[in-house]
Design a protein around this ligand. Structure first.
Ligand SMILES: Cc1cc2nc3c(=O)[nH]c(=O)nc-3n(C[C@H](O)[C@H](O)[C@H](O)COP(=O)(O)O)c2cc1C
Length: 338
């Protein structure tokens, strides 16, 4: 299917998440069938000063294509330069974060605050689009707060500026992660938009992802936290969409994925970095499984990699068969940058 200018396999896409959608995890999720991947938000001002840490965040592997690098900022000149660097690095598209609710970012006029001044936004988006040949996309919220839910107007400004698609997290900036994502509102933006709209928020099961995709007529959906608990969700949703049954993952599926993730982490980071990432992912994948509380405690105290991975193998071998899928509905990770 077509998504903007790209040919993609299906409409289920891993949402950008800071500290999570780094290169090894994006590679893993491409293998797990997310049809597109997007980096975490990277500061355009940081890019301007070429800090090593910032540049590391922009690295990607060819296996990740179709890959977008996400930037944020408040200075149009820095945003333009960041677009040009993203293009030079060879990414397929550049995504502008206009949904981040974090005070440090919005106080300066970046993230979700960009939607508050539409004339300024229009100018900035035009400058960005004109500065590169690759598509520029945006990720927004429904609005600043319940009084100013202006995503329809923002999408119109974006379309006029030449933005390739708008992804919408169905909450306001004021809501942060509270309440439910408003898919009716997302559907309304889609109905009025001349460019593709990608819906996002609270897709915790493959059935829900397909139901929202179909009901609200969006061009694709982003799945964030749902993929941390169920990394098989992209493949499962694609199957549901095609009317095919999907297999509930068995212990062997988890072990195969963990082995791939271990190798990707070790290829990318030094020992300590690998451990930091491995611990987080193991805690998320195991959340809600029988015995996960005790497993998590161990995960954060085991000092060495080999022991950590063999403990993980033991845990998933024993607990996968015993889980039920109710845990997928519980609240999970109620904070982030978009
Ligand atoms: C830990 C965390 C970090 C996030 N970081 C980003 C980010 O860097 N850029 C962004 O656009 N959105 C970010 N988000 C927002 C997600 O992309 C997504 O919009 C939000 O989690 C709602 O989708 P979900 O219910 O499927 O998780 C983040 C969310 C979380 C939970």
């Amino acid at each position: 299917m077509k998504l903007g200018p790209f040919e993609v396999e299906h409409p289920f896409i891993l949402a950008p998440m800071a500290g999570i959608t780094n290169s090894p995890f994006r590679r893993l999720m491409r293998r797990m069938n997310s049809s597109v991947v997007i980096s975490e938000l990277v500061s355009a001002t940081g890019i301007e000063y070429m800090g090593q840490k910032t540049l590391d965040l922009l690295r990607f592997h060819p296996e990740e294509r179709t890959i977008g690098l996400q930037i944020f900022g408040d200075d149009p000149a820095h945003l333009v330069k960041a677009c040009q660097l993203v293009e030079k690095l060879g990414a397929d598209f550049v995504d502008l974060n206009m949904g981040c609710p974090v005070p440090k970012v919005v106080k300066r006029g970046g993230g979700a605050a960009m939607c508050r001044d539409l004339p300024a936004l229009s100018k900035t988006l035009r400058l960005m689009v004109d500065s590169v040949k690759i598509p520029v996309t945006i990720k927004i919220r429904t609005g600043w707060d319940s009084e100013t839910r202006n995503a329809v107007e923002v999408s119109r400004v974006a379309a006029d500026a030449g933005i390739a698609w708008v992804a919408i997290h169905g909450r306001t900036r004021a809501q942060a992660y509270a309440g439910d994502a408003d898919w009716e509102f997302i559907g309304n933006v889609k109905a009025k938009s001349t460019i593709p709209v990608i819906g996002n928020g609270d897709l915790t099961t493959p059935e829900k992802a397909v139901e929202r995709y179909r009901t609200y007529g969006v061009d694709a959906v982003l799945i964030g936290r749902g993929a941390l608990r169920n990394p098989f969700i992209f493949d499962q949703a694609a199957k549901v969409l095609n009317g095919q049954p999907y297999r509930i993952p068995e212990a062997s599926d988890y072990l195969e994925m963990l082995d791939a993730q271990r190798k990707l982490l070790e290829e990318t980071y030094l020992d300590r970095g690998s451990m930091v990432h491995a611990r987080k992912f193991l805690a998320w994948y195991s959340a809600g499984f029988p015995g996960s509380g005790e497993f998590r405690k161990k995960v954060f105290t085991i000092p060495e990699g080999p022991e950590l991975w063999s403990e993980a193998t033991r845990f998933f071998e024993e607990s996968v068969a015993k889980r039920d899928n109710q845990y997928l509905q519980e609240d999970f990770l109620m904070g982030g940058h978009g």
